[in-house]
Design a protein around this ligand. Structure first.
Ligand code: ZN
Length: 189
């Protein structure tokens, strides 16, 4: 399906949705809404067409540095696959290279790609960790994500501003001491 075909199809369904919700899709403010929502949804799910491991491999360098590399406070925005409502927050990534590093800007790119798919926070965290492990084969990787979920907050399921934290790790981060070092470093901001 081409992008134009997808927009047309989505437009049709969002127009129906407005009607079912009791709105008048012909009123001025809503006239272009189905098309805008269709385009927005395609943007918010653009990550399906991108390959995070390939992005990491495109900026992978041989380097003997073997201490922890940390990229913290990376903003992300995603859509929960259960309600199609946003969840967003900050991600923190650490890895210990084993002969290869990647361009630092590629780590936020990887997060951006996976978060522009329909997600649950747990799987998102794991997928980021696994992509880095696959591309760089480091001594260890750890990803921590903190997020607010609109499906909980807007529907009143949980108290406002409650924050969900998930983490995923491998290799050297299986040792509590190494995890502790990383958690300590992301706290001191
Ligand atoms: Zn949800």
């Amino acid at each position: 399906m081409t992008d134009q075909e997808r927009i047309e199809k989505l437009k049709y369904h969002y127009r129906e949705t407005l009607e079912v919700l009791g709105e008048n899709p012909e009123r001025e403010g809503l006239l272009k809404t189905p098309e805008r929502v269709a385009k927005a949804m395609l943007t918010l799910t653009r990550g399906y067409a991108m390959d995070p491991v390939a992005i990491l491999n495109s900026a992978k360098f041989r380097e003997e540095y073997n201490q922890m590399v940390i990229v913290k406070d990376i903003e992300f925005y995603s859509l929960c696959e259960h309600h199609l409502l946003p969840f967003f927050g900050k991600a923190h990534v650490a890895y210990i290279p084993d002969g290869h590093i990647c361009g630092l800007s590629k780590i936020p790119r990887v997060i951006d790609i996976f978060s522009h798919r329909l997600q649950v926070q747990e799987r998102l965290t794991l997928q980021i960790m696994e992509a880095i492990r696959e591309a760089l084969n480091p001594k260890g990787v750890m990803v921590v994500m903190e997020a607010e979920h609109m499906c909980m907050q807007m529907r009143g399921v949980e108290k406002q501003h409650s924050c969900t934290t998930t983490s995923s790790f491998s290799g050297a981060f299986e040792q509590a001491k190494t995890r502790e070092e990383f958690l300590q470093l992301i706290k001191s901001s």
